[in-house]
Design a protein around this ligand. Structure first.
Ligand SMILES: [Zn+2]
Length: 174
């Protein structure tokens, strides 16, 4: 997926596109994850349909965390491209569905792999989720949508998020 910088810039400066993006991320306090509540990719990242473009069907659909990072920090050339030298946006919180720019940083694919292998052994971390990354993102997104549909308070929705997170803990903890 090669989105040229000019196209990112056009989307990030388009109020309607940004409003559609914001409607799908659940913003919490600055230190917490901001889960994506829209579509989820097989890797557990949020999928945001920035535009309908001619050509291959998903061309205008971008990873939500790439959109979030660039919305906060400006356009990074070649973000989301797949060459060895291209920058990747890494999650410092390990939750792929997170769109909090404070939990995202720019790195290389090699760094990202090293960090992943260091942290995946943590039985309390998101990477240990028995549902896999996509299952975790979907479960948390569904918990938030259910709370919003029911008109619940932020505190009630926090309980739903916590329950959705705990449901993926490995049973070996017991
Ligand atoms: Zn996060």
């Amino acid at each position: 997926m090669r989105i040229p910088a000019e196209l990112w810039r056009a989307w990030l400066h388009n109020e309607d596109v940004v409003a559609r993006f914001e409607a799908k991320r659940y913003v919490r306090s600055a230190d917490r994850c901001w889960p994506w509540t829209g579509a989820v990719s097989s890797t557990g990242h949020g999928s945001f349909r920035a535009a309908s473009l001619p050509g291959p069907s998903r061309r205008g659909t971008v990873p939500a965390h790439l959109f979030a990072y660039q919305l906060a920090n400006g356009v990074i050339d070649r973000t989301g491209w797949t060459g060895a030298e291209d920058p990747v946006v890494c999650h410092t919180c390990d939750f792929h569905g997170c769109t909090n720019p404070a939990h995202l940083r720019l790195g290389t694919a090699a760094e990202n792999r090293v960090e992943w292998s260091m942290r995946r052994g943590n039985p309390h971390g998101p990477l240990a989720d028995t549902r896999g990354a996509a299952g975790r993102t979907r479960a948390i997104a569904e918990a938030i949508r259910a709370g919003l549909r029911a008109g619940e308070s932020a505190d009630e929705i926090e309980h739903r998020i916590q329950a959705a997170e705990e449901a993926g803990l490995p049973l070996t903890l017991w």
